[in-house]
Design a binder for this molecule. Structure first.
Ligand SMILES: Nc1ncnc2c1ncn2[C@@H]1O[C@H](COP(=O)(O)OP(=O)(O)OP(=O)(O)O)[C@@H](O)[C@H]1O
Length: 253
């Protein structure tokens, strides 16, 4: 099992990178892959052509809220992790032919972080074991790292945007990952579709991480996102997809 995480600042193209990576891994894997959307905005499902409401699939935040908050569930009896895990299998997992998807959803009630976080962490750790590839899309920013929802991952892809802050983001993200002790094998940096080519050299020389290349700006990707079409249906030879494939190839995928 390989777990890949996409992260970065807002609007750098994280979710589209994850969706295009999904297209690649679906073609590569013989069994369904798992997509995990940690972003409360939940764009990943839409980018791969799924409407969770229509599918009757609940977010983990909904399940946690129903189980522990509305019903007043306690930590006695069955462990919270197991309760949530069994609910995810029933109501929180979209199952498709080539991929399954879990969405974390909007934040639960303020002040109730410990239980949901540990439940989610434990459940994710168990559920992800069933897949050959797990792709996790993160929200913008770094807070999710502190919450350490995923505690062991293989590769992190930090997508850089067209601002100096992206360089700072890479440094901060890497530091937090080490500080909160998220287990990780490799930390890569990727130029997002708006990352200037003129900055690539600086990324390669000033950051202590491997720079894998830049996602090509592709009008067809933009058109598909705008019209709500699945990025999985993009032609195989569209430049945006080819660039993501090449980037993943450099990481050995
Ligand atoms: N390769 C590309 N070529 C052209 N446009 C792109 C490309 N990738 C993404 N975009 C456009 O950029 C916008 C933002 O992309 P995306 O949602 O993937 O970013 P994000 O970093 O996940 O955003 P957020 O921080 O809001 O979660 C989308 O509307 C999409 O149309």
């Amino acid at each position: 099992m390989k777990t890949l995480v996409t992260m970065g600042r807002g609007g750098t193209g994280k979710t589209s990178f994850t969706a295009l990576a999904a297209k690649h891994f679906i073609a590569k894997a013989q069994t369904p892959i798992l997509l995990v959307d940690l972003d409360p905005d939940q764009n990943l499902a839409e980018m791969v052509g799924i409407d969770l409401d229509k599918e009757g699939v609940k977010t983990i935040a909904d399940l946690i809220s129903e189980t522990f908050i509305k019903r007043g569930g306690t930590t006695t009896g069955i462990a919270p992790t197991e309760r949530i895990e069994s609910r995810i299998w029933e109501d929180g997992l979209y199952e498709g032919g080539s991929f399954d998807l879990i969405a974390v959803g909007t934040k639960w009630v303020e002040g109730c972080y410990c239980l949901p976080d540990s439940a989610l962490k434990g459940a994710l750790a168990t559920i992800t074991k069933n897949y050959r590839y797990v792709l996790i899309d993160s929200p913008a920013g770094l807070e999710h790292l502190n919450r350490k929802v995923a505690s062991q991952v293989d590769d992190i892809f930090d997508i850089m945007g067209p601002s100096h802050k992206s360089f700072e983001h890479v440094k901060r993200a890497h530091r937090i990952i080490r500080e909160v002790k998220i287990g990780m094998n490799r930390f890569f940096i990727v130029g997002g579709y708006l990352f200037p080519e003129s900055e690539e050299e600086r990324a390669k020389t000033t950051l202590p991480h491997e720079y894998l290349g830049k996602v090509v700006q592709d009008p067809l990707v933009q058109e598909y996102v705008l019209s709500g079409r699945s990025l999985l249906d993009l032609p195989d030879d569209t430049p945006g997809y080819l660039s993501v494939k090449e980037i993943l190839g450099k990481a050995g995928y």
